[in-house]
Write a protein that binds this ligand. Structure first.
Ligand SMILES: Nc1ncnc2c1ncn2[C@@H]1O[C@H](COP(=O)(O)OP(=O)(O)OP(=O)(O)O)[C@@H](O)[C@H]1O
Ligand SMILES: [Mg+2]
Length: 313
């Protein structure tokens, strides 16, 4: 398994390699009202060679939410997901999932605890069929030796993932021949097959056609019925159709949280985000406002969702 690649804490905080239940000693932020929190991020900072990619974030995601996370290129969205999933160590702060601190735990341990994520770049096995990819993902909770035995038949988890994502008809096709959209759905299906309670999706509709985006929006809505889902997304039209609660990140901080309407109406958001998008819109003759971003999504070479190159990082 990949080791966490983040830097150790540079402020003297303790790293916990084995996930032992060691209480954080830093002051705790009071629980927000109505607090059936599934994920609680408090005072989170990530420093890369002196650069604060995340700068003191507090974020609460409640059970059953479909939360959208937006922000310009370099805002820290992926880094936040990297910290939650154990890929990067924060300099300060805590990440609690169902009350358990995730900081210091290994990636695979966090997956086993019920947190699944997709990456901005695709990670399906191209030589394997759709059902084999799903089966491999579902096998993650089984002992290693059992992976050597090729199973006949399809487990309930795999069957459910295929049905949810609508990939049944493509079950025996190698993942390598899938369209970009189908590949993204397969990745989401692979997550579902692992039975997570929290899904973190990093730009799932990047590079998709309009039709694929609509289908993905419906898929997210379906998944959100029995999962808590955090979606990083740039496409404002997509947000308008499928988002309710939106968190806006900018330069490693939370700029605001609110409904899509509140976010779109907020002058600060317009300043850092939508203003530049309007320039892009004018340049492209696009039908809707979207931020001027590029993506590092799978299927490079396909059309970006919106806009031209973003700011230098
Ligand atoms: N491993 C790293 N080492 C150094 N700097 C990094 C590293 N990962 C991210 N950064 C920097 O941290 C900042 C936040 O990056 P991040 O990838 O989280 O942004 P993002 O909001 O996901 O942007 P995008 O919309 O382009 O995906 C950027 O300035 C980026 O260059
Ligand atoms: Mg990113």
């Amino acid at each position: 398994m990949t080791e966490p690649n983040g830097r150790p804490s540079d402020d003297g905080q303790t790293s916990r390699e084995n996930g032992a239940a060691v209480e954080q000693t830093r002051p705790s932020v009071p629980e927000p009202p109505g607090g059936d929190a599934l994920l609680e991020v408090r005072g989170l900072s990530v420093v890369f060679d002196g650069f604060r990619a995340i700068d003191g974030i507090d974020l609460t995601v409640r059970h059953g939410e479909l939360r959208f996370l937006i922000g310009p290129n370099g805002a820290g969205k992926t880094t936040l997901v990297d910290v939650i999933t154990g890929l990067t160590r924060p300099a300060t702060g805590s990440v609690r999932f169902e009350g358990h601190d995730l900081v210091g735990r290994r990636e695979h341990e966090i997956v086993r605890m019920g947190v699944g994520r997709t990456f901005q770049t695709s990670v399906v096995f191209e030589q394997l069929t759709v059902v084999e990819n799903l089966d491999l993902a579902a096998s993650f909770r089984r002992p290693l030796w059992s992976l050597a035995r090729r199973r006949r038949g399809v487990s309930d988890a795999v069957a459910a993932a295929m049905e949810t994502t609508g990939l049944d008809a493509l079950a025996e096709r190698p993942a390598g021949v899938l369209s970009h959209g189908q590949r993204q759905w397969l990745e989401i299906g692979m997550l579902i097959a692992q039975g997570p309670r929290l899904l973190l999706l990093d730009e799932p509709v990047a590079g998709m056609s309009a039709d694929e985006r609509s289908r993905t929006g419906e898929l997210l809505t379906l998944i959100a019925k029995d999962h808590t889902v955090v979606v990083i997304e740039h496409d404002m039209e997509f947000l308008r159709r499928y988002a309710s609660q939106v968190t806006v990140l900018h330069e490693g901080r939370i700029l605001m949280e609110g409904s899509v309407e509140q976010v779109r109406a907020d002058p600060r958001v317009q300043e850092v985000y939508l203003g530049r998008a309007r320039d892009a819109e004018a340049a492209e003759g696009s039908a809707d406002v979207g931020p001027p971003v590029t993506t590092r999504a799978a299927g490079a070479g396909e059309d970006a969702v919106v806009g031209s190159a973003g700011e230098a990082k």
